[in-house]
Write a protein that binds this ligand. Sequence first.
Ligand code: PMM
Length: 285
Amino acid sequence: MSTLRARGTVEGLPEWDRCAVMGVVNVTPDSFSDGGRWFDTTAAIKHGLDLVTEGADLVDVGGESTRPGATRVDEAEELRRVVPVVRGLAAEGVTVSVDTMRASVAEQAVAAGAALVNDVSGGLADPAMVPAVAAAGVPFVVMHWRGFSERMNSHAVYTDVVAEVVAELRARMDAVIAGGVAPERLVIDPGLGFAKQAEHDLALLAHLADLRVLGRPLLVAASRKRFLGHVLAGEGSPPPARERDAATAAVSAIAAHQDAWAVRVHEVRATADAVRVARAVEGAQ
Ligand code: PMM
């Protein structure tokens, strides 16, 4: 099987001959790793363009923090944060993804030029999301999710995390397709760190290939997450989120080598190198 076929393609998006790099722009005051840094529209657009210069193929713009324990931002504020940044980046020719759980934000972001809707709740948080994405005819990321950030750690209970994530993602995919989203436009995501402990995240990374049974391209978003802090801590305390970028790039190589379609990261440069190395190794097989 060619690696492109194993990785899959998403209708409505460009095709890359390797794992794609999705750079993150969080227009939030409180995201766990970069909260407050790109909170102003101009700074956020500039940061997105810098990520493209560093090697991002897509830029994911979000206005709501989903870190564990986070409370929800209101809709008007989320729109105010996200839409001008999406518009500014799309106007520069960037392939933009919007990271939102709200249909209204997805709709307005698509109208402003977003090419992809990335909903960490897989359409569960807002019943209007699936119809909105179906009507817009854009690709949709379905992430494994068991509840809002305020309480998600209490849902991190599994007997067989890989099998349960596959089954729950399959159920969400079926619901989203029944709701009118074209299967060719779906991307799946195991949702690292969402209702998961470090051991669950690591098991999912070890068995990414098992998610291939779902037949859709796979997005992996490990960037700076808690499980990396846990791995790096050893006997001591975990390094702060912004000191987890080398570990993130290591995960990018691991994910690319297991045919992930894209990796979502805050620091793009090292991951852009990692996916190119993975591509070169594939080419030598
Ligand atoms: N994680 C975060 C935000 N958005 N989107 C997808 N598809 N998958 C994820 O795992 C994911 C996401 C949380 O990280 P951040 O606050 O650093 O952006």
